[in-house]
Design a protein around this ligand. Structure first.
Ligand SMILES: N[C@@H](CCC[C@H](N)C(=O)O)C(=O)O
Length: 283
């Protein structure tokens, strides 16, 4: 299997170009094998770059545990870069089909290679049943904002947002290892999140700046989560902590987010990097 390793702000995936190479027969099993950081290539998961009937390409993504996710905010920038850099679609603005709809991405290239991409992440989903979560806001149909969640003898105020995939955002004084690795997996697998959930622990630096650590559904702690950073932008505004435009510092890089008042869409700008290519032989 020919592959390319890419990352967006340190959120790294093994990418397979299904325009020019064979598609893995069992992508879930391949995701588990290649993601292993000791016995595989080492990645947060597997992303297939597939032809699309409605867009310039289709992204299909699998977490490190083999579960398929609807969307990947860092991955979609890398898919856009790949199809541009590898001459599959040499346009400054591309459309990528995902499990959460078709997204438009504007590319900034230098010397024929994309360095940054701005993604229209679409509208956040705030209806509890659709996120999905059984937690509820103040009134039926009101967003789940700073709702107390009891877990492991502690209470956290959580805000729930779907960016096509589910997120639980928690503002904390310090995003410690105990929170990320201890509480993260408990919330991920809590029955109040029937489809499991990605968990973001956020330190507020100022109304326009935050620091994020993420426990991802199906992959554990990652260096960055683009859908998570978008959910944080929305959660910050809904809870009155941040402005509509924020700089988000993640472990592996920085993303710029804006929840646009006119369109209700979230825009996310960040890097996309190709690391190396190779050939994977199943054992
Ligand atoms: N890292 C991604 C999100 C990947 C999917 C997620 N773990 C899920 O299961 O929803 C991002 O950058 O958005």
């Amino acid at each position: 299997m020919k592959f390319t390793k890419m990352h967006g702000a340190g959120n790294d995936y093994v990418y397979v170009d299904c325009f020019n190479h064979d598609t893995p027969a069992d992508p879930a099993a391949t995701a588990i094998a290649v993601s292993d950081r000791h016995k595989g290539i080492g990645a947060d998961g597997l992303i297939l770059i597939r032809p699309s009937e409605v867009a310039d390409a289709r992204m299909q993504m699998f977490n490190a545990d083999g579960s398929e996710a609807e969307m990947c905010g860092n991955g979609v920038r890398c898919v856009a870069k790949y199809i541009y850099d590898h001459d599959i679609c040499k346009q400054d603005s591309v459309k990528i089909e995902t499990g959460a709809g078709t997204l438009s991405i504007d590319l900034v290239a230098n010397d024929g290679k994309v360095e940054q991409a701005k993604v229209d992440m679409g509208e956040p989903i705030l209806i509890a049943d659709l996120i999905p979560t059984t937690l509820s806001g103040d009134a039926k149909m009101s967003p789940v904002v700073d709702v107390p969640l009891d877990i492991d003898g502690q209470t956290f105020d959580v805000t729930c947002v779907s960016m096509g995939n589910p997120h639980c955002v928690i503002f904390v004084d310090k995003a410690t290892d105990e929170l990320v690795h201890g509480i993260g997996p408990l919330i991920e697998n809590d029955p109040r999140f029937p489809a499991r959930v990605n968990v973001e622990f956020i330190e507020l630096v100022s109304p326009s700046e935050v620091r994020q650590r993420t426990w991802e559904r199906g992959s554990g702690e990652t260096m960055a989560c683009g859908t998570g950073a978008s959910a944080v932008c929305v959660a910050g505004v809904l809870s009155g902590r941040t402005e509509r435009k924020i700089t988000n510092h993640l472990l592996g890089g920085t993303l710029i987010l804006e929840w646009d008042e006119t369109t209700n869409h979230v825009f996310k700008t960040g890097p996309a990097v190709e690391v190396f290519s190779g050939c994977w032989q199943e054992a």
